[in-house]
Design a protein around this ligand. Structure first.
Ligand code: SF4
Length: 216
């Protein structure tokens, strides 16, 4: 398939998913607070958003902002975030990123890719989530759903798992103004229909634009 056709397919996929999920919302309940989104995004590595939402309640009750977390006792942070897994490194990152936000940015989460990537525990996926969701700067959030579904749709080989390559490929196929919402919708669609183990191709609204479906 030519690049032009693939762009047309992705444009159609964007449109269909917009119709299916008009409210493209981040499934992490961060209540409009960029620092909370940063913390929750870090906790979500190898953990479900649902569990992060549960763990975040006592965490933010005890540490309501970056200044409080920056002075937090590391063992106490660890004990609260333990259900999210990888709790030692996550607790260390939460405190270190909060220290940097307080010390270098006056408590405000920075708004450039370069500054975000300098925060402990923050990679491009989290940085793009913050930029897109909080600051309205377009970006592709290459979480597991995005990488899997865009591979099935045909953006790259289905077994390709490299987030950086996926980000570049999807960014070239989806209009910048659509990227953030498209990625939120892929999460919902990936849970409902195009699941990792048993995609429901027979019931899928993207069937006509999906390379995986056509190859079967
Ligand atoms: S047709 Fe199947 S593989 Fe393609 S997007 Fe739909 S559920 Fe996923």
């Amino acid at each position: 398939m030519s690049g032009v056709d693939m762009r047309a397919n992705f444009a159609r996929a964007v449109e269909i998913l917009r119709g299916l999920y008009p409210d493209a919302e981040c499934s992490l309940r961060y209540e409009g607070d960029p620092w909370r989104l940063l913390v929750m995004a870090r906790l979500s590595a190898q953990c479900t958003d649902a569990r992060v939402n549960v763990v975040a309640e006592p965490l933010f009750l005890r540490f309501p902002n970056a200044a409080a977390m920056a002075c937090g006792d590391i063992e106490e942070i660890e004990s609260i975030v333990r259900p999210c897994g990888l709790y030692r490194i996550k607790a260390r990152d939460l405190r270190a990123m909060s220290e940097m936000i307080v010390g270098a940015y006056g408590g405000e989460v920075p708004r450039t890719m370069e500054e975000l990537l300098a925060l402990p525990g923050v990679g491009r996926k989290i940085a793009n989530l913050i930029l897109g969701d909080v600051y309205g700067i377009p970006g592709v959030v290459t979480d597991t759903h995005c990488i899997r579904i865009c591979g099935r749709l045909g953006a790259y080989d289905e077994d390709m798992k490299d987030p950086a390559r996926a980000e570049r490929a999807v960014a070239a196929l989806v209009e910048p103004c659509e990227q953030t919402d498209f990625c939120h919708r892929l999460v919902m669609f990936g849970r409902d229909v195009c699941t990792a183990r048993s995609p429901r191709c027979g019931d899928c609204a993207l069937f006509s634009v999906c390379r995986h479906a056509k190859s079967r």
